[in-house]
Write a protein that binds this ligand. Structure first.
Ligand code: 6PG
Length: 245
């Protein structure tokens, strides 16, 4: 595991933001665009705010950036729990992303399976891929839940077994809801994968993942993420993990 530990969540957020910008510069320099799938939840908020306010995400990069969502809840985009709303409030509303480059996911769609297909088609249409192989996101940003889930790949859910689709509606019985999520196939094809882990609530799972060599993806779905992923954790989340390594 490529784990970097930071003294605070703020330091983690700044490093993550700098990595986003570096990935954007590389992608735009290589193929003229930056296809970036955003993490949901609360950890990315400080990263998105720093990207919006620090000035490091310059207009020349923003105008060539395409935004996607790693996952979305089954709620409308204006709902307080929406990952689209979170990204809009912390970053998108503060930078000049071309509207056509913001590839929204509609968690409030009446048929989430159909919405998942629409998003999948949009990804295949826009994200660069070699021939008809899997589209290659330039960066996928992820978080980790206290149960070891990532995106909306939750333990013991069908999406963990998905091997051909890129984006699916996933029943999550433990939450009593459906979620929309990128699959391992889409995530693991990405050039850069950034996993953000912050807070003491994540320490046990991170330590467990660090200490157990095999990949128990049904228990900890994040173990199914490619080994080339870069993990960024703050001290609160990584203290036990360091002891385990
Ligand atoms: C979501 C996320 C999810 C998140 C983890 C961690 O929609 O909730 O995509 O995978 O990354 O649950 O969430 P926190 O950052 O809030 O701890």
């Amino acid at each position: 595991m490529n784990l970097e530990v930071f003294s605070s969540s703020n330091q983690l957020a700044r490093d993550a933001a700098r990595r986003v910008v570096a990935s954007a510069k590389s992608a735009i320099g290589t193929h003229g665009a930056f296809h970036f799938a955003l993490a949901g939840g609360s950890t990315p908020k400080a990263v998105f705010r720093y990207l919006a306010e620090s000035g490091i995400f310059t207009p020349d990069l923003v105008e060539k950036t395409h935004l996607y969502w790693g996952d979305e809840r089954a709620v409308p985009n204006d709902h307080p729990d929406s990952n689209v709303r979170m990204a809009r409030e912390t970053m998108i509303d503060h930078l000049k992303f071309p509207a056509e480059n913001v590839h929204l996911v509609n968690g409030g769609a009446p048929n989430l399976a159909s919405e998942a297909w629409r998003v999948e088609k949009d990804i295949r249409l826009n994200v660069f891929s070699l021939g008809d192989l899997v589209p290659i996101f330039d960066m996928v940003m992820l978080g980790m839940g206290t149960d070891g889930h990532t995106a909306s790949l939750f333990p013991d859910t069908e999406a963990l077994k998905e091997e051909s689709r890129l984006f699916v509606a996933n029943d999550v019985p433990q939450l009593g809801t459906k979620r929309l999520t990128l699959t391992y196939k889409a995530i693991n094809a990405a050039r850069d994968i950034l996993i953000l882990v912050s807070g003491t609530a994540k320490a046990d799972v991170l330590a467990d993942i660090r200490s157990v060599p095999n990949r128990m993806i049904n228990k900890y779905p994040i173990e199914g993420i490619s080994k080339h992923a870069i993990w960024l954790a703050d001290e609160d989340a990584a203290t036990q993990a360091k002891a385990a390594s």
